[in-house]
Design a protein. Structure first.
Length: 288
């Protein structure tokens, strides 16, 4: 059964359908040696290349939707490669066969906490679409005077450079003096939105940690730099949010990376995290 080319490429994790359409229009994609055109459909045995490189094509039935939760440390960027050589969130992820991990949204370099990755590009693209409005919760440490009037403004809404914004929920979570912790939630993923909301009240954010995405919490036993694969129940919770059919299969516990998946084994993950830290500052030549 044939499928639209852009849908197949998006599902394989190369980008959103809109991005794939732009790549096709730019002549970057070929099918069986011929430059692809918008509207082309392909069969499962088609030979597809992007910029001359062969890409793996899988049918929807062949793809097992997997999701992992990653505890992003500060200092990592959400890109696959960085010209400046900074560490990226993809450096520590487990290897996959015939697919690649796609990040569900981004966290800036100075933000830590929960970041989800999936092997299903269509799931990632749908969850990132503003129409789904998935609630995110953050733990925020602020420095500066936070008055009741300030809290009220952050709840009712302030105007940022890209439009109005507000926190859906905001509640105190401890701290002393000018340093206070708060738990805030919002259903948008605009660039640095949490920081910019606080800065609009002349309050500095000194720590920012994402602790929840929808109903998925950052596991308390998961160390920074560690990851754990989500069980099928949580995978299907996300698929339902995105308007996709349930997944009936799982690779959890069936391959060499399953040790940390069914239940987080903190000792092993921490050893891997420490090992990564010792090589993070080395050049590729030094690591080999």
């Amino acid at each position: 059964m044939s499928e639209k080319l852009q849908k197949v490429l998006a599902r394989a994790g190369h980008g959103s359908r809109r991005e794939m359409e732009a790549w096709i229009a730019a002549g970057r994609v070929s099918i069986d040696g011929e430059i692809a055109k918008l509207g082309d459909r392909i069969e499962a045995d088609a030979k597809v290349r992007i910029d001359g490189r062969t890409v793996s094509i899988k049918s929807e039935d062949d793809l097992v939707c997997r999701v992992i939760a990653y505890h992003k440390p500060e200092g990592e960027i959400c890109s696959r490669k960085d010209p400046e050589g900074r560490p990226t969130v993809f450096d520590r992820l487990p290897k996959t066969r015939d697919s690649r991990w796609v990040a569900v949204g981004r966290l800036d370099i100075n933000t830590s906490g929960l970041l989800l990755f999936t092997s299903d590009g269509e799931l990632a693209n749908r969850l990132m679409h503003p129409s789904h409005e998935v609630e995110r919760e953050y733990a925020v440490r602020t420095f500066g005077e936070v008055t009741d009037a300030c809290i009220q403004r952050l709840r009712t809404g302030v105007t940022l450079e890209d439009g109005p914004a507000h926190f859906d929920k905001i509640k105190p979570a401890g701290g002393e003096g000018m340093n206070k912790w708060w738990h805030v939630s919002l259903a948008e993923g605009r660039n640095r939105e949490v920081r910019r909301l606080w800065e609009s009240q002349e309050v500095q954010v000194s720590r920012l940690i994402r602790i929840r995405y929808g109903m998925i919490d950052l596991p308390k036993s998961l160390p920074r730099g560690g990851w754990v694969e989500l069980p099928i129940e949580q995978v299907n919770y996300l698929r339902k949010l995105a308007g996709l059919d349930e997944e009936t299969r799982t690779l959890l516990g069936t391959d060499k990376h399953s040790v940390a998946r069914a239940k987080v084994k903190s000792a092993k993950i921490r050893r891997a995290v420490r090992k990564h830290k010792t090589t993070a500052g080395k050049t590729p030549r030094q690591r080999s």
